[in-house]
Design a protein around this ligand. Sequence first.
Ligand code: HEM
Length: 238
Amino acid sequence: MSVRAKDFDEKARGEFARIGTTRVRRGELLRHPVYTRFLHWSVAIFFILSLLTGFAIYSPWLFHWIAPLFGGGPRTRLLHPWFGLVFTVFFFFQFLNWFVPMAWTEADRRWTKRLRQYAMNEEGRELEDVGFFNGGQKLYFWAIVVSAILFLITGVLMWFDHLVGRWIVAVSYVIHDLAALVMLAGFIIHVYEGTAHQPGTFRSMIDGTVTEDWARTHHPAWFRTATDSHEEAQKTRE
Ligand code: HEM
């Protein structure tokens, strides 16, 4: 599976690189190519649409102002599973795109031990062995993987509730809502981390680049690999 997934992913990256461009200036590094950015924002849009329609169905006091945005109550109920399905499909491709750099390592275990210092912003610079993603980013990614699987299974069971037993539907509601709460908490932390907590991160999902200073500070091990390969490529050209 992993070789075919990698082949597919590389082909998709190549195709998207022809449609859009990423300009890397002096003192910058490429962080997220066009394909990754396309997937990330597609996942984000359909996640937010699922969240809003889900809220409207779940809570009557939110319902009265969210449901009209989607054309009323019945339309909101109709759209929610479709938004969820599209979110799952895009996230599946994002999973193929990222599962290699998201592999859990010994460095990530060390990172999680310093979670408090990280959250309190006590140390300006990350540990030397922090690679492309840190332990917190990986935990978020794997939480989405598990939640997306649970959303899909329980969502389909609730969608076709006339085909399965009532207790299965009841259990599905509970699991679906718990997964949504985990995702909501993760989403709030994620937006804070990607914007206010780490200035310079947000642009990586807009124009695809970060400054070398940013990389050296937040992902030192990745910075070393990225700049080594850059220098080697330059030497080969000379
Ligand atoms: C709408 C607001 C959002 C903003 C501002 C945002 C921002 C970002 C940024 C800047 C990165 C790159 C981080 C880096 O390169 O180190 C990123 C990565 C990522 N995003 Fe988002 N994102 C948003 C929504 C979402 C949503 C809705 C999901 C999924 C449900 C998501 C899932 C991820 C994942 C899994 C990563 C990689 C791991 C990580 O950086 O935590 N994002 N996001």
